[in-house]
Design a protein around this ligand. Structure first.
Ligand code: PLP
Length: 513
């Protein structure tokens, strides 16, 4: 969990600046003490760094961007994010988990295990949206059976000896699941982006990238050698302006038309919980003749009435998205990623993508986990379990978000997004929140600079279909208790449910705190 968060921020998320001129009074009230805290942190941190005995070692071993973080990191979280005070996990990361406790006596440079295992912890941090990352049930059984038949390793690339019948079945299934002509799978989600974007675009091409895109998209764009321009997060005016400029002016100096214009967006943004404004993006890409690359890492399985992602959520035609990308690491509880779209696109990538040509093919039990979970969502296993999980996730998400808002927390993102960022604002509250939650047996991910702007620290909850109502209620009551303790109920807009009327998320009532 910790690793998943620490890798992201160093590259792509840190470029954001807070919009001072647009902030609400509540936000401003919360941000002023945060700024004071940051300045104090900076000053004491610099002093501590300058005088600490480990100074020489740190300078040698860490790159500058990490070293500066030391100033801000609370004692028990790493790089401003992670589950506070926890180490490896001792059991499956389903709705509940066991954590091996660790402590740091040197401000997070090293950790030691205390030997204590914290049991019965509710997991509010994994991307296990549909609960398929479990060690029991049909997926785990199928993966175990296939291991007996095929073994774990394939020891070759797809183009040499590593092309199994199970790989081909999986790819056909993915294409059917998404409603497109063809699909291709890769062993790693991150590499799916970073290695395929350079195969699709290059010199003379223009990439228009959302400012909050994941590091793998940013890396892929940079490796491609294309010109990159960044538009404001989910802001269609900003995107349209870049598109119009690109068409009007063409390439710098020569003014030749761009060979290709590729728009890069995500389905759900994992630090904001926002859902891409796909209908508008599709309309723009059609109007200006651009291509669209959609990363559905967090939305596939987790959004839409049939769990088919953001396209399903908006009821759009998947053929309007030129490159559908997603990962198997979240909703499917497996590993790897896919690219899907037209037959022609997939044929091209099979021969041109570095990750297709040089990477060893996917492990059979992983492939089986994907096939079994996907068939379950599609109802092809003869049950309605998959669909029920999709519906359960939607219900859990709406319930959890509504309760947090009713309690007075400020949360970000779209109402249907199972990624729920809850604002802590002050960096000092990052570690405190994680630790206090864990003391009460709730495991959460807390995130700070540089994954977020420095005064927008947050806890990032991930809701799962595997969470029962009882678990969510328990978690909510603990969040409320810790929220009171740390004074996190910043919102002055408490939503009130009117008796006898259906709940409407757009209705707010001002409450004097
Ligand atoms: C939007 C996005 N794309 C790609 C990835 C990389 O996927 P993986 O973790 O499966 O390598 C992630 C990881 O969280 C992601 O959030």
């Amino acid at each position: 969990m910790m690793g998943a968060c620490t890798a992201v921020p160093l590259m792509s998320r840190s470029r954001r600046r807070p919009c001072w001129w647009r902030c609400s009074p509540t936000w401003a009230m919360a941000s002023s003490p945060s700024l004071v805290t940051c300045v104090t942190f900076c000053a004491t941190g610099r002093l501590r760094d300058a005088t600490s005995p480990g100074r020489g070692r740190n300078k040698r071993t860490l790159c500058p961007s990490i070293r500066t973080l030391r100033t801000f990191t609370p004692e028990t979280s790493t790089c401003g994010s992670g589950t506070a005070g926890t180490g490896p996990y001792a059991a499956s990361l389903a709705a509940k988990m066991e954590l091996v406790e660790r402590v740091s006596l040197d401000y997070n440079w090293t950790f030691e295990y205390t030997g204590r295992v914290v049991t019965d912890v509710i997991n509010l941090g994994s991307y296990n949206y549909l609960g398929f990352a479990e060690n029991v049930g049909p997926c785990a059984d199928a993966a175990a059976d296939i291991t007996v038949k095929y073994g774990v390793g394939v020891a070759s690339t797809r183009q040499e000896m590593g092309n199994l019948d199970r790989h081909e079945e999986m790819e056909k299934l993915v294409a059917r699941f998404l409603g497109v002509e063809s699909a291709m799978a890769f062993g790693m989600g991150f590499a799916t982006n970073s290695m395929n974007i350079p195969a699709l675009t290059g010199k003379g091409c223009l990439i228009l990238s959302d400012e909050l895109n994941h590091a793998s998209l940013v890396l892929g764009a940079r490796l491609s050698g294309s010109t990159i321009r960044v538009f404001k997060h989910n802001n269609m005016q900003s995107l349209e302006k870049l598109l119009r400029d690109a068409i009007v002016h063409g390439q710098p100096r020569t003014h030749r038309p761009w060979k290709k214009i590729l728009i890069l967006v995500e389905g759900i943004y994992s630090m904001e919980g926002s859902i891409v404004r796909l209908p508008e993006v599709i309309a723009l890409k059609k109007r200006y003749g651009a291509y669209l690359y959609l990363d559905e890492a967090h939305s596939i399985g987790a959004l839409g009435p049939r769990g088919r992602g953001v396209v399903d959520h908006f009821g759009l035609d998947p053929c309007d998205v030129d490159v559908m990308m997603g990962t198997f690491t979240k909703s499917f509880g497996a590993a790897g990623g896919y690219i899907a779209g037209k037959e022609e696109l997939i044929k091209f990538l099979r021969s041109q993508s570095h990750s297709a040509v040089y990477a060893t093919s996917m492990s059979p039990p992983v492939v089986e986990q994907i096939i079994t979970s996907m068939k379950c969502i599609m109802g092809e296993d003869g049950t309605t379990i998959g669909l029920e999980r999709v519906q359960q996730l939607a219900e859990n998400t709406v319930y959890f978000r509504r309760r947090l808002r009713e309690m007075g927390f400020i949360i970000y993102g779209n109402n249907d997004s199972p990624v729920v960022p809850m604002m802590l604002y002050m960096p000092a509250k990052i570690g405190a929140f994680g630790r206090e939650m864990l003391k009460r047996n709730i495991g959460v991910v807390v995130v700070g600079f540089p994954a977020t702007p420095i005064i927008e620290s947050r806890a990032r909850f991930c809701i799962s279909a595997a969470h029962t109502k009882h678990m969510l209620d328990r978690a909510l009551s603990v969040i409320s208790e810790v929220g009171d303790l740390l004074q996190l109920k910043y919102s002055r807009h408490r939503m009130q449910r009117s008796v006898g009327q259906p709940f409407d998320d757009n209705v707010y009532e001002d409450i004097d705190d």
